[in-house]
Design a protein around this ligand. Sequence first.
Ligand code: COA
Length: 260
Amino acid sequence: MTFETIIYEKKDNVAWITLNRPDKLNAQNDTVRAEVIAALEQANSDDEVKVIVLTGAGDRAFSAGADISQFPQWQPLNVLQRSKGARRPYTVIREIPKPVIAMVNGLALGGGCELAMACDIIIASDKARFGQPEINVGVIPGGGGTQILPRLVGEKKAKEMVFTGDFISAEEAWRLGMINKVVPADKLREAVEEVIAKLKSKSPAILKLAKIAVNKSLETPLSVGMEIENELFAMCFGTQDQKEGARAFLEKRLPEYKGM
Ligand code: COA
């Protein structure tokens, strides 16, 4: 598939999806969103892909959010229709049973911050900044900024960010538990490769169950979540990879997982 606004590369079992509008700070218009979804689905249906990475082209931005130039045409009904009728990158990332890493190389604002937060792991450059500045253009966040952000940083900090639109540094985002790691800009790729190597050494089948289980923790009361976890834990024992993992441990060797 050829793309206009993103770059899709597959290398060593990793799909790299790069938002590619650097002159517009990788702002997301309808084409970007549709192409990100198509690329995620391509990566998901490709058995060779074990890990997916999302990043932004250039050294200024991961993504500065929704393309504001589209806003003058938007009306309540078509905004509702586009979010309810169509799938959205945030949902697709959470639904895809493969690990998705956000490699945040610069500004992650509005829908860019939300896109990063939808990913399973966020590794950021020390030049990155995060924010939900929608308030400055007369709207509220529409892709999880009022829902996922408070779950990550707590109600008070989330309200401060959403009400003021102020940006926070990568260092502060890390301190708040919003992102996994901050590294110097020239070490960003290396840091992401380290995480990729760890994820590739695990069973894709068990990683899938792990992702579903942790996702559910945000969506259910604790008692229900514990039951779901127990069921998914039981399912592990129906996989060949569980047998291989235990056998390899007992035989003091590295496991060779098949992903089933
Ligand atoms: N939508 C559309 N275009 C955007 C954009 C967005 N969200 N963010 C940046 N751009 C464009 C700018 O219009 C500019 O394009 P131009 O060169 O054709 O004029 C280009 O990207 C560079 O941005 P610029 O504003 O000149 O850079 P800056 O360093 O002065 O400021 C920001 C950077 C991020 C502070 C500023 O671009 C900004 O506030 N962007 C909007 C962020 C936002 O509110 N996102 C949530 C949207 S709901």
